[in-house]
Each structure stands twice: as C-alpha cells, then as structure tokens.
Design a protein around this ligand. Sequence first.
Ligand SMILES: Nc1ncnc2c1ncn2[C@@H]1O[C@H](COP(=O)(O)OP(=O)(O)O)[C@@H](O)[C@H]1O
Ligand SMILES: [Mg+2]
Length: 147
Amino acid sequence: MVISKSWLCKTEQDTEALGRKAAAAAVKGDCFALYGTLGSGKSVFCRAFVRHLTDAREVPSPTFTLVQSYPAKDFDIYHFDLYRLKSAEEIFELGMEEALYDGVCLIEWPEKMAGYLPEKAIKIEIRTENNGRRITISGPERLVNFE
Ligand SMILES: Nc1ncnc2c1ncn2[C@@H]1O[C@H](COP(=O)(O)OP(=O)(O)O)[C@@H](O)[C@H]1O
Ligand SMILES: [Mg+2]
C-alpha cells in the first residue's frame, strides 16, 4: 500500500536529516524518484542518503556522467541525475536495469526516463515553501512513517 506524508524542512539540515531517515529504511530494490525544480534540494537529500550508508564524503551531483555508484553494506547505491539525458532509452546505456534490480536507486529528474520509471518507485516531491522546502514522500509504510 502506498501512503504519503509531507514534512516542512525549514533548513538544509532538516532535509539532510530526512535523507538519512530514508536511507536507514531503504532496502535492496528500492527506487527513489526525486521531483523538484533546479535548486530545490534533490541533491542535498541524495548526498545525506549516500553519506549515511557509505564512507563516501564527496558526493558530487553526477551532472555529466549521469550516474555515480557507491558501495553500501547490503547493496550498491546508484545516484542518477537525468537532467542531461537526451532520450529516455539512454538509461539502458547507463545500466539502469541492473541498478533497479540489485541496487538502490536515487533518481533526480525522473521525468526524463518517462515510462521506464518503475511503478513501484517511491516518489519524493520537493517544493519551496516560504524559505524552506515542503517534502512529500509517497511509498510503502516503512519509508513514510519513520521513528
Ligand atoms: N530546506 C532546504 N533544503 C534543501 N536545500 C536547501 C534548503 N534551504 C536552502 N537550500 C539550498 O538549496 C540548494 C539545493 O541545491 P541542490 O540540492 O543541488 O538542488 P537540486 O539537486 O534539486 O537541483 C542548496 O544550495 C541548498 O543550500
Ligand atoms: Mg541535483
């Protein structure tokens, strides 16, 4: 069952804390689709997620390589930034299928892969609200009801 919940993250640190909670609840095969305009905080969320589960400290946005992977204890994390994807089919060259099958995917600009986004994808929508961010997660219970 898919449920939704939203949080008002007033600061970048609040968004990082939410990213860490999502990381702690993630299991192999999870696919997170992050929606939000440029500068909304998708990469901030992803960076905190990756840092929570790996030793990586530098987690640059894969703007040009489009994907960067990180080994975590129980799975590999694949961080995609599809902003510069030229066609939806290009995801196959990026190894998206294997990543979806045996890793955990974080996908910025999932709109670019159109119908190839799995239906089970956990949706994370980020919107600016006042000076902060309203972050809505829609997915299974374990990824929505933290604590
Ligand atoms: N509450 C907040 N949560 C996340 N980022 C924030 C917040 N408030 C301000 N910011 C700033 O917004 C920017 C988000 O950048 P980034 O994560 O790279 O965006 P995106 O990946 O969505 O294009 C950063 O400069 C960050 O410092
Ligand atoms: Mg980004």
